[in-house]
Design a protein around this ligand. Sequence first.
Ligand SMILES: Nc1ncnc2c1ncn2[C@@H]1O[C@H](COP(=O)(O)OP(=O)(O)OP(=O)(O)O)[C@@H](O)[C@H]1O
Length: 360
Amino acid sequence: MSATKKRIVVAMSGGVDSSVTAALLKEQGHEVIGMTMQIWDYSSFAEKNGETCGSCCSHDDVHDARRVAESLDIPFYVVNFEKDFQRQVIDRFCDDYFAGRTPNPCVLCNQRLKFELLLRRARELEADLLATGHYARIEREPEGFVLRKGLDPAKDQSYFLFTLTQEEMARVIFPLGVMSKEEVRAHAARLNLRVAEKAESQDICFVPDGDYVRFLEEERGGGHMDGEIVHVSGQVLGRHRGTYRYTIGQRKGLGLAWSEPLYVVAIDAANKRVVVGEKPHLAVRELRLREVTWSLAAPPGELRMACRIRYRHHEVPATVTPLEHDEACVVFDTPQNGVTPGQAAVFYDGYRVVGGGWIA
Ligand SMILES: Nc1ncnc2c1ncn2[C@@H]1O[C@H](COP(=O)(O)OP(=O)(O)OP(=O)(O)O)[C@@H](O)[C@H]1O
């Protein structure tokens, strides 16, 4: 194989982005191999609910990915990671909700499945690289690999990728990171890919109808997290049917009569309490992170950075101090609403991802 021609495994979901990724790499003359992870038994959902609905792990999508691979005339493999997905993503998703947190399963799926297990499979096939259709960029700088935001601000997915290590970044490419979604769709049309008009995938692929409460109760049963709704002053205002039904900042569906609008400001799962307060009670100046990872080495002391506390949050200036045991403390210049345990906080220096961790 020539120096520039590489063997590249493309993680194919059946969607537009990864299909275009595979097609462009093939067009550039690389040896491309398609690989799809079967991560969740979609048929059980469809059976229970009598529905059809595409998501990143449905059988329809495996079928679509296979069809695209056939049209590109590339080898195609399906790897069954259902057990790993259950253990590493779904179980933690449920654990988080039942512990009063609001999880972000996409980060874990990237970390544990795509860039650990799938990357390992790619290496077993002696591939030089693993490519995905993520909108982010990996660049090599003198001090090491650097993860950067995708150029299209509306599509940037760097937030979901903050856990990438140097070893992983050396073996992963994101060819779409320099493109806009329109450009990608135009490539799909030009390359005659039949997924060109396919809809975007769902937020949480294993909850295709968005009813995560039903999903949790099917997984773990309901009725054991019922308790009181309490005002920050200590006054009991009512009862709820499970702490996992609530998330920080939630205003709707509380069913409380009060002179001012009330928001969920804390979820105390140990005592099965949902704590509510007026809007000013949502503001948080400081938070603690656990399982913090840094793109390069952990900085020796505090750093000024821009911090994003959920995917659709505009990053805000903060001081981040690394602590022992992979923890960190973040102090915002201006208090932020909606600081939610279980979500990821990601630090940026301009376009560059410096690190991130899980809000404790
Ligand atoms: N089941 C899967 N098997 C293999 N790779 C996957 C799978 N799901 C997602 N990916 C990879 O991760 C990337 C990002 O996934 P995400 O769920 O964000 O999809 P997306 O942005 O809608 O992309 P696509 O249009 O390719 O579905 C995909 O482009 C693809 O490379």
